[in-house]
Write a protein that binds this ligand. Sequence first.
Ligand code: TYM
Length: 333
Amino acid sequence: MSKKIFSGVQPTGNLHLGNYLGAIKNFVELNNDEDNKCIFCVVDLHAITVKQDKDELKNNIRETTATFIASGIDPSKSIIFNQSKVYAHAEGSWILSCMAPMGWLNRMTQFKEKAGKDKEKASVGLYIYPILMASDILLYDATHVPVGEDQKQHLELTRDIAQKFNKDFKCENFLKVPEPLIKKNFSRIMSLKDGLKKMSKSDQSDLSRINLTDTKDEIVNKIKKAKTDSYSIPNEEEKLKDRPEAENLLGIYSSISDQTLDKTLDQFGGKNFSELKNQLAEILSNKIYPISNEIKKLINDKQYLDKILSEGADKAEQIAGKKIKEMKKIIGF
Ligand code: TYM
């Protein structure tokens, strides 16, 4: 069945292995399936929910675009664009924010994590950011949304908002209720320094993550220094319970080698971590370094990247512009 795919990545720098295995790798697979219509968005409006430096933001928009292409998304097959170029996203977000009850937003755990202790100082944008995400998805009638586990709650909210809009305005099926595409087992890549913390671009320690722009030596060094425990590797998934660092490294190995966790456990069960680390470092540097190299090449070709974004925005505008017009008509504008 043909799928309409929409997903987004924030241009906030330091894209890492979690973004790649949790999201971008799946974007590439979906892009390669001729039956799918894919749209991948550099969500720059989401990025400004926290303070950004103007020049860095500009660079990061290009770098995220370069990362999509370097990872294997083909801009002649998929639409790649940045969110701020298509006005309908912000307009849709306002309309949906008038439908969504505050109680729904108050449940969002990511806001609580990101706002930290001092919620009063967090921007209103950070609070309503999941509504902008709903607008992104619903404007394109997306049927499937590939994301990492941390976005699951936002997708559930998107589904609720779509259903509420359709019900409130008696327009059944006008906003399409999307399905999340979340890879089992590998959708939450954890920090290399703490298996209980998500791998994240904002972690102070660069050793906690593999950046998609790391060199081979950096990748090898980070895997070597990754935290493990003092037991050998088990043969069964069940025995990974309470061993988050072991589970994470085995999960990363499985995901990057496109094999099941069971197969990885067969391969390494009973062995020491040094063996797993050696092979993991090798396979990661073989897969990530070419991407890193390509990002660095592409980032110098600003004209090319800007052309991809501008052509992508024209195509996105055709779809989202039509939907927002219909939406406004339904509301009574
Ligand atoms: P963002 O930019 O934080 O992350 C981009 C994608 O990477 C995934 N991800 C991870 N997956 C596994 N392990 C990790 N440690 C990890 N860290 C990040 C995220 O789940 C995400 O899929 N709100 C979104 C962007 C967005 C969006 C959308 C996504 C805006 N509009 C519409 C889908 C559809 C975000 O901030 O992702």
